[in-house]
Each structure stands twice: as structure tokens, then as C-alpha cells.
Ligand binder design. Structure first.
Ligand SMILES: [Zn+2]
Length: 105
């Protein structure tokens, strides 16, 4: 599967002082039980591949310090694209207790 045809999403979790706690990227190959669980909960049981926000949350070792998540998406020619978190990721962010969401528009 040619990955360059897919949008590239990146999610970065910051603490209150702006330090990076973790970085996640979307995948069209990797799945995760947590991704699947939330996808089913939100009514999208086929969205089993890892979303950037969920990978960042799963990778974050001190999620209690997470304050802000920044989600970005760039097209293959480097232009920022809308990266508003989907309903599944919005739920994951809420459950993780992250108060602020920012994204490219
Ligand atoms: Zn998502």
C-alpha cells in the first residue's frame, strides 16, 4: 500500500509548561485494542488503524501531566490541512483528561 497517498497526521502532547511529553503518528498498518475499543464505542467499528492522537496518548508515560494536544496534518506538498480530531480521538483525549486541543486548519 503506497503510504504517500495517505495524509500524514501527527499529534503532540505537551505539559503545562510547553514541554513535549509524547508524539504520535497515524498508521494504516498498525492496530491497537484501545483504538478498536473506542472506535466501536463511538460507532465506527471499522476504524481500527491507529490514529495519531491515540498513539500519542498510549505512548505518553506521564499522561497525568498532559495539558495540551496539538494535531497537525500536511499534504504531500507540505500544505497544512484540517486536522480536527475525529469523534474517536476526541473521546480518547477526553478520557485522557487533556484539557486543550489545537490543530492545523
Ligand atoms: Zn482520530
Amino acid at each position: 500500500m503506497p503510504s504517500h497517498n495517505h495524509p500524514s497526521m501527527t499529534a503532540i502532547i505537551y505539559d503545562k509548561r510547553g514541554r513535549i511529553l509524547s508524539i504520535g503518528k497515524n498508521s494504516y498498518i498498525k492496530t491497537h485494542p484501545y483504538q478498536k475499543k473506542l472506535a466501536c464505542k463511538c460507532g465506527f467499528p471499522d476504524r481500527i488503524f491507529m490514529h495519531a492522537e491515540i498513539q500519542a496518548i498510549l505512548k505518553c508515560k506521564n499522561i497525568d501531566k498532559a495539558y495540551r494536544i496539538f494535531v497537525s496534518r500536511y499534504s504531500s506538498d507540505g500544505k497544512p490541512k484540517n486536522a480536527k480530531p475525529c469523534p474517536i480521538c476526541t473521546e480518547a483525549i477526553k478520557l485522557a483528561g487533556i484539557q486543550h486541543i489545537t490543530y492545523t486548519i
